[in-house]
Design a protein around this ligand. Structure first.
Ligand code: HXC
Length: 257
């Protein structure tokens, strides 16, 4: 039983993970990151899970790595930090991951949101990388993913000043795809997750892989990967089923084959 998060199965095919350390605005401890990694591994190997939504509370998605825990770690502790393995699990997760963000998404919390494929934010959400105020810098993608998401000028401003941006600014910059009223953020994210969960799983998986590849490769290599994935899908039963269902004017029944 995880202690720092709650997991709900929402039919069909969606898991909702809610971070639950309200006393510390969902600050990310080693335990929380480990429990999150365990849940993602479980979701990864469950054939009936097609998408995952991750969220926090109304006040905070997550206010960063737990600073009190950080205070206890010396350099050696940081280098062989078990949290690194948890972040790797997040990076490797190959099913669709949607973050529903209300309140603070700061430091490691912003980096956690950026591990998601889609971010839906409540109007009151604040995204920031305040590590510079602690004499450190982002360490879980907050320079690399942030720059790719919002561009150089905004990323420099956020990381070098530590000042957060609003949900609307995050949307204008491309970090967030939709802004909702805070009470509907999770509902909207679940709606998107359900929509994805009805698609052909192999197509979703390869499309995600190809889109992520676009962030770190040249155009020619990306196009090669895209063509390869497209060709692979041409041999699937779900492709036949999708086309037949269109012609027969019915909903496709995908099986993941
Ligand atoms: C531990 C935290 C915390 C954190 C908040 N709390 N953030 N505890 N680690 N990151 C705790 C507070 O100490 C407080 O506990 C309680 O949560 C409520 O927070 P308040 O500060 O009272 O709330 P508020 O005044 O509304 O201010 C909210 C806040 C502020 C602006 C988010 O808490 C804040 O600045 N937090 C730190 C944000 C930060 O610097 N994050 C980056 C961390 S470094 P008590 O017991 O006093 O009630 C990082 C590196 C990632 O993330 C590296 C990845 C490899």
């Amino acid at each position: 039983m995880p202690l720092t998060l709650a997991v709900e199965f929402i039919e069909p095919g969606v898991r909702l993970i809610t971070l639950q350390r309200p006393q510390a605005l969902n600050a990310l401890t080693t335990q929380l990151l480990g429990e999150l990694a365990d849940e993602l591994n479980a979701a990864q190997s469950d054939h009936n899970t097609h998408a995952v939504v991750i969220t926090g509370s109304a006040k905070a998605f997550a206010a960063g790595a737990d600073i009190n825990e950080m205070a206890e770690r010396n350099l050696v502790g940081i280098l062989d930090d078990p949290r690194q393995a948890s972040w790797q699990t997040l990076t490797r997760f190959s099913k669709p991951l949607i973050a529903a963000v209300n309140g603070f998404a700061l430091g490691g919390g912003c980096e956690l949101a950026m591990h998601a494929d889609i971010i839906i934010a409540g109007e009151d959400a604040r995204f920031g990388q305040p590590e510079i105020n602690l004499g450190i810098m982002p360490g879980a993608g907050g320079t690399q993913r942030l720059l790719r998401a919002v561009g150089k000028s905004m990323a420099m401003q956020m990381v070098l000043t530590g000042e957060p941006i609003s949900a609307r600014q995050a949307q204008r910059s491309g970090l967030v795809s939709e802004v909702t009223q805070p009470e509907f953020t999770v509902e909207r994210a679940l709606h998107i997750a359900h929509s994805i969960a009805t698609k052909a799983p192999l197509a979703v998986r390869l499309a995600k892989e190809a889109l992520l590849k676009a962030m770190d490769t040249d155009l020619a290599s990306g196009l090669r990967l895209e063509r390869h994935a497209f060709t692979l899908l041409a041999g699937t039963r779900d492709r036949d089923e999708g086309i037949r269902a269109f012609q027969e004017k019915r909903r496709p029944a995908f099986t993941g084959e």
